[in-house]
Design a protein around this ligand. Structure first.
Ligand SMILES: *Cc1c(COP(=O)(O)O)cnc(C)c1O
Length: 397
């Protein structure tokens, strides 16, 4: 048996590999440069072009692109009417923004536990937490696998709640054959560089509802309108506009929009490569009883954003921390997505206590995000598998 690097062996790879990385080609660079030579750096033609492209991709009627995925969630929560005194149900296994959007609106995030095998929010747990104060559900398509949309939509409809899908991981995924993005009241995307498609920064809210769409447009730009039918006063002249709500500057630049448009042309390629890598990881890890492979639901045709390696603690002599360090010693640099949101001191000070979502907390103790991105070579993938196998072999019970 080969000794793991952390025990003095030779690392499986010489060059470090990271858990995520963007892929930028010459067409992407040209697309950005073209905008920089044009008249419009912001509020230009690339904005509606990107919005139309997102509608075409997902089948959503409306898209509002914005500064980032967090701004998208904030705008969606505002459009949903979330306000002080309301409750918003979400998962703790996500980036902090999924719950922060409720706090931005003065509402209280309520954390529902996950399904122990898919790691997505459990619809039964959601329903059990509904109170008269509940206004919305923020459901995260964690790792890129669609949440259980049918049961969630039914619960939201029954209780009059707005379903916001935090689709930061989900671009390229289909639920029952339909692209995620058109299937909830609102779906948000993120175009951060670790996500499947990037603009450096960037986000979007997609919806089929015209009323929500009009609100989103207002919140993106200070609550200011030039639409006379929305104004309270007679226009003073053709320069006239009115602020009719409190919005923000959540605009995205045309350079970023152009980059996202160019990246979206590569989505089929990104998607199929990510699927290949996931298949190879799954094949290798499902043979090891020391590891648990995330359950895939048949409804979701998944473009995976994250690959979660989950340890079976009863079968290993080391815990997640040592396993993570052992991978780093092999030059396989991983991450942990995510720390349960309510563990953060800011949330603790708001009164949230550990123990709230035991399944999420157990997952957090046992998981590591392995490298997964388009530009990984087969050799990279095999080296990650070799590193994991070597550590499992050495430390199995
Ligand atoms: C990345 C991410 C966000 C936030 O997106 P930004 O574009 O970084 O603001 C929100 N939710 C989830 C689940 C994410 O992964």
């Amino acid at each position: 048996m080969e000794k793991p690097a952390i025990e003095g062996g030779k690392p499986v790879r010489e060059k470090p590999i990271y858990y995520g990385h963007q892929y930028i080609d010459e067409a992407d660079i040209q697309a950005v440069v073209e905008v920089m030579r044009s008249e419009w750096l912001t509020c230009g033609p690339k904005i509606p072009e990107l919005e139309q492209k997102l509608c075409g991709l997902t089948g959503a009627k409306y898209a509002v692109v914005c500064a980032n995925g967090t701004a998208a969630l904030h705008m969606a929560a505002m459009a949903a009417g979330v306000k002080a005194g309301d409750e918003v149900i979400t998962t703790p296994i996500t980036f902090a923004a999924s719950a922060n959007c409720a706090l931005y609106c003065g509402a209280r995030p309520v954390f529902a536990d996950i399904d122990p095998e898919t790691y997505n929010i459990d619809p039964e747990k959601v329903e059990a937490l509904i109170t008269p104060a509940t206004k919305a559900v923020v459901a995260v398509d964690y790792t890129g696998q669609s949440v259980a949309l049918d049961p969630l939509r039914e619960i939201c409809k029954k209780h009059g709640l707005v379903l916001i899908e935090d689709g930061a991981h989900v671009i390229g995924t289909k639920y029952k054959g339909q692209p995620n993005g058109s299937l909830s009241d609102m779906t948000t995307f993120s175009f951060h560089p670790v996500k499947t498609v990037t603009g450096g920064e960037g986000g979007a809210v997609l919806t089929n509802d015209e009323t929500l769409y009009k609100k989103l447009l207002l919140y993106r730009a200070h609550g200011i309108t030039r639409d006379e039918s929305l104004m309270e006063h007679e226009p003073d002249g053709s320069w006239y506009y009115e602020q009719i709500a409190l919005g923000y500057n959540y605009r995205i630049t045309d350079m970023q929009a152009a980059l996202i448009i160019s990246q979206l042309d590569k989505l089929p390629m990104f998607s199929s490569r990510r699927k290949e890598i996931v298949k190879r990881y799954n094949e290798a890890f499902s043979e090891m009883p020391e590891l648990f492979v995330q359950r895939e639901i048949p409804e979701s045709d998944t473009t995976r954003h994250l690959y979660i390696l989950r340890l079976v603690p009863e079968r290993l002599r080391i815990g997640r921390k040592r396993f993570f360090e052992a991978l780093a010693a092999e030059n396989v640099c991983c991450n942990v997505n995510y720390i349960p949101t309510y563990y953060f001191p800011y949330y603790e000070k708001l009164g949230y206590k550990r123990g709230l979502c035991p399944r999420a907390e157990k997952l957090y103790e046992e998981m590591i995000s392995l490298p997964l991105y388009y530009a990984m070579t087969d050799e990279d993938v095999e080296s990650v598998i070799r590193a994991v196998s070597r550590i499992v072999d050495f430390y199995r019970m």
